[in-house]
Ligand binder design. Sequence first.
Ligand code: SF4
Length: 256
Amino acid sequence: MPKPLDPATRKQLAARVNYYRELGIHDFYRRPVEEGAELTLQAADHNPAASEPAVETALPMIEDKPAALQAIRDDIGDCTRCRLHKGRTNIVFGVGNVNAELMFVGEGPGADEDAKGEPFVGRAGQLLNNMISAMGLKREDVYIANVVKCRPPGNRNPERDECDTCSPFLMRQIAVIRPKVIVALGAVAAKNLLAMNDSMANLRGRWYDFRGSKLAVTYHPAYLLRDPRQKKETWKDLQRVMKYLGLKAPAKKSQE
Ligand code: SF4
């Protein structure tokens, strides 16, 4: 019998297994272990933002993206993995162009999204559509998803354990879409994706390397509805994204 794993190694191993599950790798095979052998893991950085090279080399190019996304949706099934399933009407998976260069990620569905099963369809969704138009794109050009796929009750922020349970599905969506740029909408999405606990003031205005994509942070459209003064700052964030993607704002169109 090999020696039992110490708690730290057990935790590392669980994180490693979870990491591979995020990529859609579910089958693991154990090598034979000699009697009394000490089991150790090589150190690994599980900060999602820092794991870009591993993902780049580990992931095969996915040719049939619709089928790959459908497989993720099938894995979600009629999910009861976290408590958010209790209040939902529809699972809000994600929508948009599977070959999108630009992906928006919010925190979770609201009432309109829950009713329709599609992300960003309420007032905040309309504002996001306006932001996308101001960038010279259409909603159909981008991909839109959330960290959690079921509506938190009363539109509260999703809690840490709910995000941890649901976000592997988002990571798999990102791995399939492989956008050039991900825009995290709001602090909850940014903190979960980047595994950083910082203020919006510090999170914004920088590029992050994230699993082969560039990631930028800006305000959530729902926040902009409450505080329209921040639209100007948001437009600055989006202009940086446009510059990176080589996009031009359409002529004679005002940005919201
Ligand atoms: S939020 Fe995600 S993990 Fe939780 S029940 Fe919904 S689909 Fe499942």
